[in-house]
Design a protein around this ligand. Structure first.
Ligand SMILES: [Cu+2]
Length: 158
């Protein structure tokens, strides 16, 4: 083996090493360009916080449960009738329902819903129906079932 053959062999080995390295580097670099895409996928849980601002109250034959809920201004309370009777959620005082905004049932109930955003369902909800109200003012609001006024509850808005 002469000197020229040795140098040629060395050059071939060197080219093979560099070529192999470049090929490997290209493959190794590929996943890093795809990583940001997979990190953009998780926002699947983004809808969870808005679901947290809805408090659930169920109305059974023994009354409202839980009896007292505490929420923040802007939060919604969903009252679901799971009883065998009607559920007309209305802010105290029975029967006028004035303690949320000063207006009475005769003033704010029009065709089965409250105008002006007061805390009054304005009609009996049947079993399985839900009445939702979003509290826009702070305070302690006692309420009752207008068609079964011995059943009461309290919403504290902070
Ligand atoms: Cu009432």
């Amino acid at each position: 083996m002469n000197k020229t053959t040795l140098w040629t062999l060395l050059l071939v080995v060197l080219v093979a090493i560099i070529g192999g390295y470049m090929l490997f580097a290209k493959q190794a670099a590929a996943p890093t360009t795809e990583t940001p895409v997979s990190e953009e996928l998780p926002p699947a849980g983004v809808g969870v916080p808005s679901e947290d601002s809805v408090s659930l109250v169920s109305y059974t034959d023994s009354g409202f449960s839980p009896q007292t809920v505490t929420v923040s201004v802007g939060d919604t309370v969903r009252f679901t009738n799971t009883s065998s009777t009607g559920m007309w959620v209305g802010v105290d005082e029975h029967p006028t329902h004035t303690e949320y905004d000063g207006t009475s049932t005769k003033e704010h109930c029009v065709d089965g819903s409250a105008i002006g955003g007061t805390f009054d369902a304005c009609r009996p909800y049947t079993s399985g129906e839900s009445y939702e109200f979003t509290f826009t003012r702070a305070g302690t609001f006692e309420y009752h079932n207008h068609v079964g006024s011995s059943k009461t509850g309290t919403v504290i808005v902070r």
